[in-house]
Design a protein around this ligand. Structure first.
Ligand SMILES: Cc1cc2nc3c(=O)[nH]c(=O)nc-3n(C[C@H](O)[C@H](O)[C@H](O)COP(=O)(O)OP(=O)(O)OC[C@H]3O[C@@H](n4cnc5c(N)ncnc54)[C@H](O)[C@@H]3O)c2cc1C
Length: 336
């Protein structure tokens, strides 16, 4: 049966959240087209041995009918050329009706490689796709999220990436009970090893800014690097991470890895606490995926305040420690 194929973007066998957001979006697309939705996972024997069962289960949970496993020693780790070439081989052999990937760094890079090799157009960062008529009508995010663009796509084989956090990954009750496995061995020459991962240095241990369920972020209103101590304390109490605006990184108060926004990290936590952040569009595009936003600001007209679900109009230096004190007080209270 023909299918919409989804590249499962993974890091050494651990799929990105975006991969299942893309699979969820592709389910709707496949239903509209009256075809199945398949997953494509690339790796070597070792990777499938250690992570294969988990990835397969996750693909089944998210509704994939078939998992195509591309196995090759050159796919032991991520490499853009190798992934692009493997996907090009898959396209030729399996002939899906469309190919979708997450709008992650790897997803976008691998799909760009594929598009160049297959000489096909790629529409990146899609937030909605209508296949009701030819050509397909697509809305995509441009300019780091500050622009929504309506485009049409006329292609023999549409290639799409799905904007991260534009849709929530959804499992289907019971998953795909009888998921199929289809192995293929891509024909990869040594030239695909042009970019190889040689070494990796993990800059952040544990939960990262992009995966943290709670982010306590500070802006220029925090006033200094030292001012972040109370935000660190609150983030720790809530099991979250500290983020910041670009005004903060420009001042050298925090490192760029903490920056939320267009030129920082895009986040989608359950709770975003924005302290002394005005909510400029370049910041907002990184934070708008948050499920709940609490703004703490002295300016009731600040963008962040008007966009937030909850706001406290007061000095953050009083409010943030008061929240921490209250959390501690409630936690220390003996159960009645
Ligand atoms: C190409 C480009 C890319 C950019 N990318 C990013 C990006 O990725 N991320 C990003 O954040 N910005 C980005 N910016 C910068 C962005 O335009 C804003 O300048 C920046 O977000 C402002 O940071 P801020 O909200 O901390 O500071 P400000 O805009 O100065 O706001 C400070 C806020 O703190 C409040 N405040 C002051 N004192 C207190 C207090 N004691 N208690 C409570 N509230 C207080 C004020 O009322 C104000 O709302 C980018 C800009 C450009 C041009």
């Amino acid at each position: 049966m023909s299918s919409v194929a989804v590249l499962i973007d993974h890091d050494r066998g651990v799929p990105s959240v975006g991969a299942f957001e893309a699979l969820t979006a592709a389910r709707t697309l496949a239903a509209d087209l009256g075809v199945a939705v398949d997953a494509v996972v690339l790796g070597d024997d070792g990777l499938f041995e250690t992570h294969g069962a988990e990835v397969l289960a996750a693909c089944a949970e998210h509704g994939a009918a078939t998992v195509h496993r591309g196995r090759h020693p050159f796919l032991a780790d991520y490499g853009p050329d190798a992934w692009g070439a493997a996907l090009a081989g898959f396209l030729q052999a399996a002939a899906p009706v469309a190919m979708v990937a997450a709008g992650t760094d790897r997803g976008a890079e691998a799909m760009a490689q594929l598009a160049a090799r297959a000489d096909l157009p790629l529409v990146a960062n899609c937030v909605s796709v209508s296949v009701a008529a030819e050509p397909w009508e697509i809305t995509r995010i441009q300019w780091g999220g500050s622009l929504l663009e309506d485009v049409t796509l006329a292609s023999t084989l549409p290639l799409l990436t799905i904007a991260q956090h534009s849709i929530e990954a959804e499992t289907i009750p019971g998953g795909t009970a009888d998921i199929n496995l289809a192995d293929f061995e891509p024909d990869l020459g040594p030239e695909v090893q042009r970019t190889l991962v040689r070494d990796r240095v993990t800059l952040t241990e544990g939960i990262t800014l992009s995966t943290s369920p709670v982010v306590v972020s500070g802006g220029r209103g925090v006033g200094s690097a030292e001012g972040f101590a109370s935000l660190e304390e609150l983030a720790e109490l809530l099991g979250g991470r500290v983020g910041c605006s670009r005004a903060v990184t420009n001042n050298g108060w925090r490192s760029h890895s903490d920056q939320v926004g267009q030129t920082g990290t895009r986040i989608a936590p359950e709770i975003y606490i924005a302290c002394g952040i005005s909510g400029a569009i370049q910041h907002w595009v990184g934070a708008m995926g948050s499920k709940n936003i609490l703004a703490i600001n002295i300016d009731p007209e600040a963008n962040m305040v008007t966009k937030a679900g909850y706001a406290v109009i007061a000095d953050l230096h009083e409010v943030v420690p008061a929240i921490s004190d209250e959390i501690r007080r409630r936690r220390d209270r003996p159960a009645s």
